[in-house]
Structure formats: C-alpha cells, structure tokens
Design a protein around this ligand. Structure first.
Ligand SMILES: [Zn+2]
Length: 973
C-alpha cells in the first residue's frame, strides 16, 4: 500500500478533468455492479427512495438537490455496514406526456426549442408525437443524463414507471386491499375538471394542472329573486345570512345574460355561469339571451324576507364570478355602499335606466350585524375612515376583507334579523342557508377561488360527478393509527414532524379515479375509470422489491394477481397454490417474498416540500391501511428548493440550463458538494454559478493537498503522529454523529474544510510519517466518498487502494483515553499559539522571549474536583472550601474565590468534548517543553516554559495568576 502512495505520475496534472474522472468511475461501479441490491440475511439493511418525478419534461439543476442528498445518505449507509436499496422510478400517470406529445405534434415553438436545445434530432422529435414515446424518451433521460450521470448507487434493474403493465397490476391490488378494508367509498362529488380530461387534482405540486395550484373550491349559495314575469334573477353569495340587509339588486348593463331553464324554472344568469351550471346540475338548458338593461329600474322580490327591492346598474358585476348578478348589502359590503354613492352622482345613468332619487332613498343601508369595534354600518364607516369615494379605489378590497373578517367571525345578528337576533353570524349563516335550500328559495353552486388551467391548457371548472370513488382518508381509525405511527417515525425537519399530526387529522376523503383521457391504471371495479395520479403513487416503494423480477422476465403481468401480491407482500396464502394460480415458479415466489421481508419497511422517503400536504400523508396512510405494522415506513425527509435568482426554476417554462450541460461545466462532484453544503436542506437557496465554481476550487485544492501529503511522506516518526491518528478518531466519531441525524451540511463542513486544516497542522508540527499519513488519508478519502464519490475514487486509486472506496467500510471513531490525551496536548499548543499571536497583534511588539506559565497545581486539583461533580454544575462554595485547605501561599489563597467562580462558568459552558479534553490529565509543562523547538521556530523567539507555582519563576508583570488549565499565561519581552 505504501509503495502505491509513491506512484506519483498522476500528480503531474495541475487541473482535474472532472468529466473523465466521472465517466471512468461511473463505468467501473456499474460494471462491477456494486450498485445492485441483494439481500444479505443477518446484515443490516437500509432502504431509501426519493419521491419519483413526474414525466413532464426535462428536469433542472434544482431537482438534483434532493436526489443527490438521498444518494449521499445511501452511499454513507453502504460504507457503514448496510446492504442498501436505493431504487428509482418515474411517475407518468395523468396527461403530462399526452399534452407534451400534442405540443410536439403541433410544433409548439417553446417545446420544440427546448428539445432542440437539448440536442434532440428531427428523427426523435418525430417520434415524440406519441405519448408512450414521450414517457420512454424521458425515462431514458432521467436515468442516463441525470441519475447515472450523477453516479447514483441505484439498482437500475428495479426501475419502474407508473404506466408499466406490471406496475398497474400492483396498483389494482392496492385498490383491492383498500376496498376490502372499507376504505373505498362512492358518492356524488363536485370536482375540479377539465372539459377534455375530466377531474383534475388541484394541489401545490401541480401534477395535473399548469396553473392555480392554490385555488380553493368555494361553495356559493344561489339566491333566487322573483321578477315580475316569473323569471328568477339568481345571485350567488358566500353570505346568505345578509338577506336581512338587502336594499337593492345589481345588474351589469354590459354583460351578456341568458334565460336558462334549471329545475323547471327560468333563471337569469350570465352566459358563463350557465355553462358552469350545466356541469353541476342535470338538465340545464339555455333558452336565449336575457337583456340586462330591460331589468333596470324595475323591482324584484328577495327570498326569505319577501321584500321588494329595486334593480340598479353596476359595471362591477363580473360575469365570471358567481352568476354575474349581485345582491346589494350596503351596510356590510363597502362595494355596495360606494356603488350606491356613485350611482346617486351619475344623473345620466339614473335617467337612462329610470332610477329616481326616491328609489335610491329606499336603498338606504339597514344595520343587521353587531360587529365588535364597529358601529351599526361598518361598510359606511370604513369607507369614510379610509377615504374611499370611488369604485375604482384599490383600497376597497382591503376594506371589504376587513369588514368581512370581523363581521363574519365575531359578529352577532341584530334586532333587524327576526328570529336570528342575537345569534352569531357563522351559526345564522348555516341555518338560513339550510332553510332556504329546503324551501327551494336557494341552490348551491361551486366555483374556484382563482383561475385554474389543466396541463392541456383548458380551463378547469367544477363538475358534478354522481358516482365518484374516493379513498376514505377521513376514516377515524385510519387517521388515529397513522398519527400514532407518525410519532414514532424519524421525520425531518422537526417542524414537519410536528405539523404532520395536523395534516393527517385534517385529511379528508380524496377522489381516487377519474374519467377521461389519461395515462394510468384502469380502476379494477369499473374499467371506465382511471386511477388518478396521487392514488397510484403512495404505496409504490413496495413495488421496487417486485419490479426487478418483472423487468427481468421472471414474472409476467398476466400472472400478477391478487393472490400473488397477498403472498409476497402480506405473507398470506399457500405458496404452492399461488404458484399454480400465477404460473410462477415456487422458487421465484419465495425469493420475492424473502426480499420483501428483508428490505421492508422503507427507511426514508425523501421529497420536495410540495409533498408535505398531499403525497407524504397519503404515502403514510396507504402503508398503514394496507401493510402489516412491522412494514410501516420509518422516516421522511423533506427538501426545500434550489431557486433561480428571482424565483423558482421552472421546468416547463425553460430557462434553466440542462443538467448534462451543468455537469460538464461544473463537474458532478462540485455540484454535489454545492447541494450538500450551500445551506440546510430545509431552506430554499438560490443557484449560483460562482458558488458552484468555488466548490470546484475547493475540490481541486483538496486534490492538491492530497498530492502534497503523499509527496511529503517519509519513514520518519514524529511527536504528532499519535495526534493525527487521535484526531481522525475524534473526527470519525463526530461525523458518524452528524449522519445519524442526516446533517449532511455539518458533515461536509468538517470533511472538506476542517479536516484539511488537520492535515495542515500535522505538517506544520513536523509530522512526516507516511504510514500515519496513509492511514489518515484512508479515513479522509472514505469520508469524502458519500458526497464527492468520483474524486474520492480517483484519490483512493491514486493512493494505491483497491477496489473501490465506495465499498470500503469506514472506521468507527473510537475515543479512548489516549485519543483524548493526544487531542488535549495539541489543543494546548494550538491555543497557546493563538493567544501569543493575539498579544503580538495587539501590542505590535517583536518579542525576544516568551515566558509561558502553566497553571499551578491547585488549579488543576480544583478542576479535577469540579469535573467530578455529577451534576456538571459544581458548587462554588465547596470548591473554595476544599482549595483553601490545600493552598498554602497567601497570595494564592487570595486568588481562590475568583478562580472558583471562573472555573464554574467555564465548566458550564464547555461541550462534553471540551470537558473530556480538559479532564485529560496531561502534564502541561512536559507537553509544552517537548514542543519548545516548534514554538520557538513558529514564534521567532526564545520560549521559556515554567509552572506558575514554580518558586524560582520571575514574573515582573504578575501574569502568572491568570494561568489556568488548558490556557497557560504568557509574558512577552
Ligand atoms: Zn385537460
């Protein structure tokens, strides 16, 4: 091994060809199949995945953050005694690939440009008109250009995709198990839907949609106002209890209204609203246009109160919001109040629509709600307070929110509200609505709080589905068991560990299938439905155990029936019977079953923060619902994003450099180091070319340092040899500790920055021993392997080691007494040099001689006593008492109380590690004397080492009394 160190031909190169090194090791690893996962009974296992990406286009450098983090963890586990399973896959369910193929077909310039920029030939482009080709194409890109390019330790044999026929068999089985547990339910549902694709999921991860992930479904109450000719003017409101304060009705003369036949009545609503109603109600028919202007100046009868109110014009009625007709409550709606004020000033409009002053007088606000902090007419009051006099004032929105919030949540209905007087508004709202619904004076209407667009570009609306299937995540038993299990899991960051309890508690039934043109698995109980994108991506870590056998043709989808999965996953059934029903050999069934029992449960599922409210909770709940408790997952890690300067890097919008280009430009290891160290995983951080370059420089410097260390090695032993070995033990112990809690950032800081300093110190102190250097380098390089594996392999090889550092077992850090002693010795010297440096800097002197005075014996005795205190909080008075009996010199006796106080503070502040070093019991005088030559050379002056209680000590400045254990006093002359 030592001879290998001296093969220095590789050292000649000044800069590194990262690309060549990466290619070389990637090939070597995969040729040697060290990435393949085989159970090894009796050996610990570690099973980790990252949430597989949706197949919707190219990924960008931001995505690699979480993936790389996972790979570093997996590699570390592999090097610390674990068999690892780190499979990857892709999620192609939905219409992402269909939409992509359509765009290619119609030569969408953005998509075509992105493809061409990524080097796609015209021939390949031609094939991408087929959604299945799109999935195949991106699967290969994700595997080869991203995950393999980054050197991942993934078992590629297990790759799976949600539209593979064998994967579908697994999803069918999952649905069967949910149904058998009573967790599949069916009922009418108002779902967000694309006209072409049917129901879409609206959530922040935007799997189905291209815009509007934060939209909410609003439930409006439709109030019917009788018009003189029998038609109903229909207004949508979120506040039906305000009917008591109705003064007038608003119609927009510029909007196109229609007469629509609904439930045997004729409703007047905007044309847009009629289209939405068609999706939510049976037998809606538009009969013809309704002229809004013809209603103006007439009256209609309000529901519930039966009051006749006038109809006024308002250009603020938006045909896309609600029904485009609005009821006016000027007491509590600032917009209504200002609308009336403006109308009164607009004599031309009044004349045109036949509105008289008297009608406006009739529409005076009626107080209906007692709102804390407000008078009887909050809308009037707030507009006056904020100086709002016009409908075009942007402050109106704020005023509306303010009045709405306090009125709705804290208000009480007043004496103008009949039987409801004295009731809280929130409660009255529900009662009034129920009453009006029951008597046919009102209806329900669902709409989205903001615009949502499907991935295909179509607008998403709310549609009634009479027989929708749901997974019942609101099931109380499932919720309870999931919450309880989550408490036992390792979930990071800790805020999410706490929050997931609420998320699970809050989780409701979720639609799990949809009609329309989607990629995905057909619902086994009704083949018209396709299982939607969230439902088929929750239990899938299970499937990576099986996928290899399907990929290698050992099992076929046709045989993968319910009994098959029951056997291999739940351990149910007679293997011989299952062998017969599936047509699979008994030995294959046994092998799969053994693998499942070996690998499961999943140790960590890592995913981006968009998964916190949707994917992670249902991942957990499906495991709890379907698997046996011993197979429920053990951990979740959430990663935050890499952003571009000025916002999120978007894969659909382009603009981010392709991952292979970035890999070529910066080097994979530099990128990996950037991801691991730039910030905590739990904050967003901006991508920064210069910073990635700086990490690349760091790697080149380390490479240079390793060269120097190897060159410097001789057979000569030195006094710091033992220290370097000790330091490696301390480092290892600390680093293993960081990885216990997946603190990769602290780990990287120690390995790539602090440890470089350790080696520098060793050389500075005269260390040259090549055997010692070699051993320490072995530890150092191995510690680099999880994060920058390619360069670590290169160094491993160059220092004469074989075969791979990636499969090397990292030493444990053993911190015994000798390690602590060595650490204490060097720390004493290092501290002394720092202290002297400080004095020289402050005094600007060039000393001829430094007198170093180590602490008197009584201070060491007192330290020993203080450290022995079991509470770690020594009693100052007892320290003093005991010292007084042993200290003889009157001058020292005087110093005892002050030192006792200082010592007590020092001990309380010290880390456990510091305490160990303090209590190492080294002979400081002897240590410093043995380093005298080094100190003299470093300080450029004579060094005199004395004990502070040495009677012959000359101490003209009286510095000796400041000496304490670990911190000698210094006097320069
Ligand atoms: Zn669509």
């Amino acid at each position: 091994m030592v001879a290998g160190i001296l093969c220095l031909s590789w050292l000649e190169k000044m800069t590194l060809d990262f690309s060549a090194i990466e290619a070389k090791w990637r090939k070597a690893w995969y040729d040697a199949k060290i990435n393949e996962s085989t159970p090894q009974p009796g050996k610990k296992k570690f099973f980790m995945i990252f949430a597989y990406p949706g197949v919707t286009g190219y990924l960008h450098v931001g995505h690699m953050r979480g993936y790389t983090f996972a790979d570093a963890i997996v590699r570390y586990k592999m090097m610390t005694g674990h068999q690892v399973l780190f499979p990857v896959g892709t999620h192609a369910t939905g219409n992402g690939a269909i939409t992509f193929a359509r765009k290619v077909e119609r030569r969408d310039p953005v998509v075509v440009d992105v493809l061409k920029a990524n080097g796609v030939s015209d021939e390949v482009l031609g094939r991408l008109k087929d959604p299945a080709e799109v999935v195949r194409f991106f699967n290969q890109i994700y595997i080869n250009d991203y995950w393999k390019r980054f050197g991942f330790m993934s078992d590629w044999r297990r790759f799976t995709c949600t539209i593979y026929p064998d994967y579908s068999k697994f999803i069918e089985w999952q649905m069967m198990k949910l149904k058998a547990s009573g967790l599949l339910i069916q009922r009418p549902y108002f779902a967000p839907a694309c006209l072409e694709h049917g129901p879409v999921a609206i959530d922040a991860s935007e799997t189905d949609i291209s815009k509007g992930g934060n939209a909410e479904v609003l439930e409006y109450t439709l109030l019917k106002f009788d018009f003189e000719d029998g038609r109903k003017l229909v207004a949508a409101t979120l506040r039906p209890e305000t009917v008591f304060g109705l003064t007038n009705f608003w119609v927009n003369p510029e909007v196109e209204y229609v007469d629509a036949e609904v439930d045997g009545e004729t409703w007047v609503v905007s044309r847009e609203a009629a289209e939405k109603l068609k999706m939510q109600k049976d037998m809606v028919r538009v009969k013809g246009a309704a002229n809004g202007s013809s209603l103006m100046g007439k009256r209609c009868r309000a529901p519930y109160t039966g009051k006749m109110i006038p109809i006024f014009p308002s250009v603020l009625c938006d045909p896309g919001v609600g029904t485009g007709l609005v009821m006016s409550v000027p007491s509590d709606a600032p917009v209504d109040w200002i609308g009336l004020v403006e109308l009164r000033k607009d004599k031309a409009a009044m004349q045109k629509y036949g509105i008289t002053d008297q009608m406006l007088d009739e529409a005076a606000p009626i107080p209906i709600i007692d709102t804390p902090g407000w008078g009887p007419l909050p809308a009037v009051e707030i507009t006056e307070k904020m100086g709002i006099v016009s409908l075009s004032d942007p402050k109106l929105e704020e005023a509306t929110k303010e009045v709405y919030k306090t009125g709705f949540h804290k208000g009480v209905m007043n004496k103008n509200c009949g039987d409801f007087a004295g009731q809280p508004v929130e409660q009255a709202k529900d009662t009034i609505r129920e009453e009006m619904l029951a008597t046919g004076q009102a209806g329900l209407f669902y709409d989205l709080s903001e615009e949502v667009f499907c991935r295909c570009g179509g607008k998403v609306l709310i549609k009634k589905i009479p027989d929708q299937w749901f997974i019942d995540y609101a099931d109380p038993a499932l919720t309870e068991r999931s919450k309880e299990h989550a408490l036992a899991m390792k979930i990071l960051p800790k805020e999410y560990y706490e929050n997931i309890q609420g998320v699970l508690e809050w989780y409701r039934e979720r639609a799990c299938v949809r009609l329309g043109n989607w990629l995905g698995t057909r619902f086994p109980f009704d083949k018209r439905w396709i299982i939607e994108a969230i439902a088929d991506s929750t239990l899938y870590p299970v499937y990576y155990v099986v996928s290899r056998y399907a990929n290698e043709g050992m099992i076929r989808p046709e045989g993968m029936n319910e009994q098959f999965f029951d056997l291999v996953i739940l351990g149910k059934g007679d293997p011989d019977v299952v062998a017969k029903s599936t047509g699979f050999p008994r030995s294959t069934l046994d092998a799969i079953r053994t693998e499942f029992e070996y690998w499961y449960p999943l140790d960590i599922n890592l995913g981006g923060k968009e998964h916190m409210t949707v994917h992670f909770p249902v991942f957990l709940m499906n495991h709890v619902a379907v698997l046996r408790p011993q197979h429920w997952p053990r951990g979740i890690i959430v990663n935050w994003y890499i952003t571009a300067t000025g916002g999120k890097i978007s894969k659909s919008k382009g603009g981010a450099q392709p991952i292979p280009d970035a890999a070529e430009r910066f080097g994979v290891d530099a990128m990996r180091l950037f991801y691991a160290h730039i910030a905590s995983l739990y904050v967003d951080v901006a991508w920064d070319d210069e910073k990635v370059d700086a990490y690349r420089d760091r790697l080149e410097r380390i490479w240079g340092q390793v060269q120097d260390l190897v060159r410097t090695g001789t057979d000569e032993e030195s006094k710091v040899d033992a220290w370097l070995s000790a330091r490696m033990h301390t480092r290892l112990a600390r680093l293993h500790g960081f990885m216990e809690i997946f603190d990769l950032r602290s780990y990287v800081n120690d390995v790539y920055f602090e440890m470089a300093q350790d080696f520098k110190w060793y050389l500075r102190r005269g260390g040259r021993n090549k055997a010692v250097i070699s051993k320490a380098l072995e530890a150092w390089i191995s510690l680099m392997a999880p994060v920058t594996p390619h360069l670590a392999e290169e160094m491993w090889e160059a220092t004469g080691r074989k075969p791979f550092v990636s499969t090397f077992q990292m030493p444990a850090g053993v911190i015994d007494e000798s390690v602590v002693k060595e650490e204490a010795k060097e720390r004493l010297i290092e501290r002394l040099m720092t202290d002297v440096g400080e004095i020289v800097k402050v005094t600007e002197m060039k000393p001829k001689r430094a007198v170093v005075m180590t602490a008197p014996k009584w201070k060491f005795d007192m330290l020993t006593m203080a450290l022995a205190d079991p509470k770690g909080k020594p009693e100052i008075s007892s320290l003093i008492k005991s010292a007084m009996t042993s200290v003889q010199s009157p001058a020292a006796k005087k110093d005892v109380p002050a030192y006792a106080k200082e010592l007590s503070v020092d001990i309380m502040k010290a880390s456990p590690e510091d305490r160990k070093v303090l209590g190492a019991g080294i002979d400081e005088n002897a240590v410093l004397l043995s380093a005298k030559g080094f100190l003299e050379a470093e300080l450029g002056c004579l060094v005199d080492v004395r004990a502070a209680d040495d009677p012959s000590l000359q101490d003209p400045k009286g510095k000796a009394r400041f000496a304490k254990p670990g911190r000698p006093a210094v006097y320069l002359e």
